[in-house]
Design a protein around this ligand. Structure first.
Ligand SMILES: NC(=O)c1ccc[n+]([C@@H]2O[C@H](COP(=O)([O-])OP(=O)(O)OC[C@H]3O[C@@H](n4cnc5c(N)ncnc54)[C@H](O)[C@@H]3O)[C@@H](O)[C@H]2O)c1
Length: 284
């Protein structure tokens, strides 16, 4: 199995800065790459805040936080990633952006390097088919907040080799995560099962079956979910939920994934959940 020392993380947003954080905390050198200095600065500030929180909770020592910080080098220069032996892409969820980025990574990184994507919905198989090393392309689907959540869905594309899969399983464990194997299909497992639940909860609101509060209580008190599906939908963003339902309909051709009309109307109204101040609940 090739030894991994330096990891390229593409995108310093919500997920990218979390991934850079856990990689650095686990002893890897990280090159964190974005398209604008402002995005890098914001990502580094988030890492700083999250490391400080871990120190305050005594999960790591101030010395370990300092060492993790020093292992992360921000860069705007994609060619600088030539020193990396592994890449995790966490850029904006658009096929054209990811496809162009994978083309560059394929050109820049050493031929044996594995290229992983943190995509929530784009086909790993299709991303892999665009480049010269499809056997070394794989999905590593982390969960938000990355430093806290235990799961990594490891997504095998059609062309992913066993050795790539084994390396990524082992890397996920070195990052302190639990990898779960999933094949490449629309929504993988997490969103394929979670989003229809959220969508059905929205149908229940639309049809007057119960209030959002009552629906959330059913799941918290009856199924021991830490938050109900509508609170969770507001947290994820209703626009993101709608996009994922559309990916499920398109990817499977199955009308059972039809987005609830109330979800569509709320997104049209700009009621996107927490981030817009209003969703199923108000966030003044
Ligand atoms: N937010 C979540 O809860 C979540 C969970 C799992 C997976 N994901 C996936 O992770 C990825 C990133 O999501 P996010 O929520 O962090 O988004 P985000 O918008 O917070 O961050 C995306 C970052 O990518 C940068 N970027 C865009 N093009 C780039 C390029 N060519 N090179 C380098 N950086 C580039 C943007 O400038 C931005 O800083 C998406 O694929 C998303 O589907 C998100």
């Amino acid at each position: 199995m090739p030894e991994i020392k330096t990891i390229a993380v593409l995108g310093a947003g919500t997920m990218g800065n979390g991934i850079a954080h856990v990689c650095a905390r686990s002893g890897f050198l990280v090159l964190l790459c974005d398209v604008e200095q402002g995005f890098l600065n914001r990502g580094l500030a988030a890492i700083e805040k999250n490391l400080a929180r871990e120190v305050a909770k005594e999960k790591i020592t101030p010395q370990q936080a300092q060492e993790a910080r020093e292992r992360i080098a921000p860069t705007l220069d994609r060619d600088a990633l030539a020193v990396c032996d592994f890449a995790i892409e966490a850029a904006t969820e658009k096929f054209d952006i990811k496809s162009a980025l994978f083309g560059d990574l394929d050109r820049i990184l050493p031929p044996e390097a594995i290229l992983a994507s943190n995509t929530s919905s784009i086909s790993i198989t299709k991303l892999a088919a665009q480049i010269s090393r499809p056997a070394q392309v794989i999905g590593m689907h982390f969960f938000n907040p990355v430093p806290v959540m235990q799961l990594v869905e490891v997504i095998r594309g059609m062309q992913t080799s066993q050795s790539t899969f084994d390396t990524v399983q082992s890397l996920a464990k070195q990052l302190g995560k639990t990898p779960v194997e999933v094949n490449d299909a629309a929504g993988f497992v997490s969103n394929r099962v979670l989003m229809p639940l959220i969508n059905e909860a929205i149908f229940a609101v639309m049809e007057g079956v119960a209030t959002p509060e009552a629906i959330d209580q059913v799941f918290q008190l009856g199924m021991a979910h830490p938050m109900g599906p509508l609170t969770l939908a507001d947290f994820i963003g209703l626009d993101v939920c709608l996009d994922i339902m559309r990916v499920l309909v398109e990817g499977t051709g199955d009308p059972k994934y039809r987005p609830c009309p109330l979800l569509v109307r709320m997104v049209d109204a700009g009621w996107l959940g927490r981030k817009s101040g209003r969703g199923f609940y108000s966030y003044a």
